[in-house]
Design a protein around this ligand. Structure first.
Ligand code: NAD
Length: 383
């Protein structure tokens, strides 16, 4: 049996990875997770996520910032999948220390533990869950200037209801193209900065420590198990809570902002495949569906599934730091890992909504999260 440590293994993506690894019968799995209240609620032992893995792994409830505990957990691991992280893009813009402490020091502790173990270290490979957010707005084409990587959109334009993306050189309106891994890095949020810093830490230290790595830049991962409590991430959960109570859904911007959704089952199987795929070592790989879908389409689709009476309002409100669109170029994942999306968005959304209907009702404090952003000057309501 190969020994594997999964940090953040009790989270949304982590639990799916644990389940698939356990089914393979090839791994002895240790999970290290702090069971944060924001994700798991007050009674973490009774949370859906924890219950789904408790018999499938050796579980260590501890904080990734606790070096001694991390060192112990790393000591006889051959593989590490590092998922433990603070994950809210908007929240990271005012909880700066918290995001830096967890995301930077967590990664640092793993590398320090490997370094201190010296020749005793058995770690062969680390997989890191980075994010498409490192690209900021991502890759676009300008009719005058060709391929460009625009910075964040301007508040003045968005305030008057113009949510397009414009060329910074000639001011032409830009058209989206799939973002390749070599696209310019322009983090728009502190969260994105920490993800990029995690990447650079691995790129710098792994060769020196004699450890392989694969870095995945995930797009919007969705599916069964995603937190219904956390108001800082996941529009599917937020929309579901509102639709089930027939409350209005207020969609930001002009509703046409789009995202690339990829099901957690496909993400987990690809992460697992990379453990033993030599060609994926020392590589950064996008993981998404390669297709964009607008936020308003998602809201309408879920409304129909839940047969909700909610009103869908396009408000023109916006959050600083949000991107307009993004689609991953997934050809590298296809080439190296033979990646194929096996769960269509339509099927994935149906499975997700059936699961939501079986869960206890959750108050996810979404309005509180918006008030926090408004107080920090990052959420702008159209007057
Ligand atoms: N879900 C997505 O759409 C998405 C997209 C891009 C990248 N990612 C990355 O994938 C990883 C997993 O994301 P997820 O969606 O499963 O998130 P999640 O919040 O469901 O899981 C994260 C887990 O980390 C744990 N954790 C948080 N702080 C910790 C700490 N200080 N010490 C130990 N454990 C801690 C939480 O308790 C949770 O179980 C993260 O690194 C995230 O940045 C996710």
């Amino acid at each position: 049996m190969k020994k594997i440590l999964i940090t953040g293994g009790a989270g949304f993506i982590g639990t799916e990875v644990v389940k698939q690894l356990s089914d393979s019968g090839e791994y002895e799995i240790t999970v290290l997770d702090a069971m944060t209240k924001q994700i798991h609620g007050e009674c973490w032992k009774s949370s859906y996520l924890y219950k789904s893995i408790e018999t499938k792994c050796h579980f260590i409830k501890t904080d990734i910032r606790d070096f001694k505990a991390v060192k112990n957990a790393v000591s006889d691991s051959e593989y590490i999948i590092h998922l433990a992280s603070e994950t809210g893009t908007g929240q990271s813009m005012y909880q700066i220390n918290r995001y830096n402490e967890v995301n930077l020091m967590g990664t640092s502790n793993i590398l320090q533990a490997i370094s201190e173990a010296k020749k005793e270290s058995r770690v062969r490979k680390i997989i890191l869950s980075s994010s498409r957010s490192v690209y900021g707005e991502g890759k676009y084409v300008c009719p005058q200037c060709g391929i460009v990587h625009p910075g964040p959109r301007k508040k003045e334009r968005m305030t008057v209801g113009d949510f397009g993306v414009y060329c910074e050189i000639c001011n032409s309106r830009l058209a989206l193209v799939p973002t390749t891994e070599d696209s310019k890095i322009t983090p728009n949020s502190l969260y994105a900065f920490t993800k990029y810093a995690q990447e650079r830490m691995l790129e710098t230290m792994c060769p020196a420590l004699g450890v392989d790595y694969t870095i995945f830049r995930f797009q919007n991962v969705y599916g069964i198990g995603q937190s219904l409590k956390n108001p800082y991430t996941g529009i599917l959960s937020i929309f579901s809570s509102l639709l089930l109570e027939n409350k209005p859904i207020n969609i930001f911007e002009d509703g046409n902002e789009s995202r690339d959704f990829i099901n957690v089952i496909d993400v987990a199987s690809t992460v697992i495949k990379s453990l033993e795929t030599l060609e994926s070592s020392m590589q950064i790989i996008n993981l998404g569906s390669g297709n964009g879908v607008s936020v308003i389409e998602i809201a309408k689709f879920l409304k129909a599934i839940y047969k909700s009476n909610s009103q869908i309002n396009v408000t023109g409100d916006f959050r600083m730091g949000d991107i307009a669109h993004n689609i991953a170029d997934i050809s590298k994942a296809e080439d190296i890992l033979d990646f194929k999306q096996t769960i269509s968005l339509e099927r994935g959304l149906r499975d997700f909504s059936e699961w939501v209907l079986k869960q206890e009702k959750n108050d996810c404090d979404y309005e509180i999260s918006l008030d926090e952003m408004e107080n920090a000057g990052l959420f702008i309501r159209k007057i």
